[in-house]
Ligand binder design. Structure first.
Ligand SMILES: [Zn+2]
Ligand SMILES: [Zn+2]
Length: 242
């Protein structure tokens, strides 16, 4: 992950496929298809997102190609596989909210529109690490109780948990209490660097400004092919990248 895009990354081994960096073009086969999507319809799961009809027909379902927003017909440099309610514990899918919304492929604008609303509404505490735009392929939230099961190294998990447990004061951008700690790549480039995780000043932000900060960071990346993005769940946790 941020500490190293190579398979030698020590802190985090999840998901296993992450060691391979995909090309910067949409690669549908890399997406992880969730089979137990429940009964929730696309329209109900993602109001406001227009999905291309061809990605919703019988052939797409048969071949398990996730529905994609209409913009991906013309946008080849930025896409993300959004699997909001599912966590992967060492590569194994584990639903964190039911009914789980179906896996979909979204362009940058559609992803960020979904994410910002979700993140701003989440009441829990979040430590979010800025991803390395040149190498990340996944950006995902793991709650504190799932750190070990998700493969986070114990020292890193302890350091992040400590940060989550500290009083956070007020938001740097408004008067509201802070719920987020945004940590830039300059402060922590590598999650093996437990010392910097413990000491990084970061930006304390309320949910709304934390959501905006994360979306600004992702939105400022000119090319991306993310094959896993989820949303927060639980009382506290971290946004990590690999
Ligand atoms: Zn779109
Ligand atoms: Zn704020």
């Amino acid at each position: 992950m941020c500490w190293s895009p190579a398979p030698s990354a020590k802190s985090f081994s999840f998901p296993e496929a992450s060691a391979r960096r995909p090309p910067r073009v949409p690669v549908r086969k890399l997406s992880v298809t969730i089979l137990f999507v429940g009964r929730i319809t696309l329209e109900k799961a993602y109001p406001g997102v227009a999905f291309h009809w061809r990605s919703r027909n019988w052939w797409a379902r048969l071949t398990r190609v996730p529905p994609e927003c209409v913009h991906l017909q013309h946008e080849a440099t930025w896409m993300a596989t959004y699997i909001p309610d599912t966590l992967f514990l060492r590569g194994k899918a584990s639903v964190r909210r039911r009914p789980a919304r179906p896996e979909v492929s979204l362009c940058r604008a559609c992803l960020l529109a979904q994410l910002e609303v979700e993140l701003a509404a989440h009441p829990g505490r979040i430590v979010a690490f800025e991803p390395d735009s040149s190498s990340f392929t996944q950006y995902f939230f793991v709650s504190t109780p799932d750190f070990a099961a998700a493969g986070l190294q114990p020292e890193t998990a302890t350091a992040i948990s400590r940060r989550l447990g500290l009083p956070s004061g007020d938001c740097d951008a408004c008067e509201l209490p802070a719920a987020w700690l945004w940590i830039s790549r300059e402060e922590v480039a590598n999650l093996d660097d437990v010392g910097h995780i413990s000491m990084a000043r970061g930006q304390s932000l309320c949910s709304r400004h934390g959501a905006r900060r994360l979306c600004e960071s992702l939105g400022g990346i000119s090319e991306a092919n993310l094959f896993y993005v989820n949303v927060p769940y639980g009382e506290a946790g971290a946004y990590l990248w690999i």
